[in-house]
Design a protein around this ligand. Structure first.
Ligand code: 3IX
Length: 172
C-alpha cells in the first residue's frame, strides 16, 4: 500500500513546469477522476493548452443515470477532477471549496466530449476557475461550470489515510 508520505512526495514533484501541449500527470494512481488503477475511475487524460487544460472524455455504463445518459454526479466528479489539473499550472495544491455546474443538455453515454478549463482570477489563496464540456462531433456545449479552489498546505492531506490496494502505480 502506498503511504501518505509517498503520495505527498510524488504530488510535490508534479508541481514542475509542464510544457505547452504536454500530458499532465494524474493526481495519484487511485484517483477517481484520473488514476490508472481505479476500476471505478474515469481515467481522465489531460493536456496543457496555453494557460488552460483540455481533455477528451467518453462516459460509459458505469456512469449511467437515466438510461443512456450520464449521472449528473459522475459528470460533476469529472469536471471537479479536471479542474485539479489546472493546479499544475500554479505554484501548489488547492482543493475545491465551491463547484457549480449548469447541465445545459444531457451528457450521453458513448459520446465523446471535449473539456476545457482555465483560471479566470486569483486572489490570495483563492483560484476562480471555469470549464466547459462540448460534444466533439457537433461542438454543442452540454455543461458549463465555475468553481472556487482554495490553496492548502500539505497538512490538509494528512487528514486522511490511503486505503485499498489499487493505490500503487506511477500515477502518470
Ligand atoms: C506540495 C505537497 C502537496 C501535498 C499533497 C499530497 C497529496 C495529495 C494527493 C492527492 C490529491 C488528489 C486530488 C486533488 C486534486 C484534484 C481533485 C479535485 C478536487 C477535489 O476533489 S478536492 C476535494 C473536495 N474538497 C474538499 O474536501 C475541501 C473541504 N474543505 C476544506 O477543507 C476547507 O473548507 C478549506 C481548507 C478548503 C478552506 O477552509 P479555510 O478555513 O482555510 O477557508 P475559509 O473558510 O477561511 O475561506 C477562505 C476564504 O475563501 C472565501 N470563500 C469561501 N467560500 C467561498 C465561496 N463559495 N465564494 C467566495 N469566497 C469564498 C472565504 O470568505 C475566505 O475569504 P477571505 O480569506 O478573503 O476572508
Amino acid at each position: 500500500m502506498t503511504s501518505l508520505e509517498d503520495l505527498i512526495s510524488t504530488w510535490a514533484a508534479k508541481f514542475r513546469t509542464h510544457p505547452d501541449g504536454s500530458r499532465l500527470p494524474a493526481h495519484h494512481a487511485a484517483c477517481l477522476g484520473c488514476g490508472e488503477n481505479n476500476p471505478h475511475g474515469h481515467h481522465l487524460r489531460v493536456h496543457r493548452e496555453g494557460d488552460g487544460v483540455v481533455a477528451r472524455h467518453t462516459f460509459d455504463e458505469r456512469h449511467v443515470g437515466a438510461p443512456g445518459i450520464a449521472h449528473g454526479g459522475a459528470v460533476a466528479a469529472v469536471v471537479d477532477d479536471f479542474y485539479g489539473f489546472l493546479l499544475y499550472l500554479t505554484d501548489g495544491p488547492a482543493v475545491t471549496r465551491n463547484l457549480v455546474l449548469d447541465y445545459l443538455a444531457p451528457v450521453l453515454l458513448g459520446v465523446e466530449y471535449e473539456l476545457r478549463a482555465n483560471i479566470t482570477r486569483t486572489e490570495g489563496r483563492k483560484l476562480f476557475v471555469e470549464a466547459t464540456m462540448s460534444e466533439v462531433a457537433t461542438s454543442r456545449r452540454v455543461v458549463c461550470s465555475t468553481a472556487l479552489f482554495l490553496k492548502v498546505d500539505v497538512g490538509h492531506f494528512l487528514q486522511g489515510e490511503p486505503t485499498g490496494s489499487f493505490g500503487q502505480g506511477s500515477g502518470q
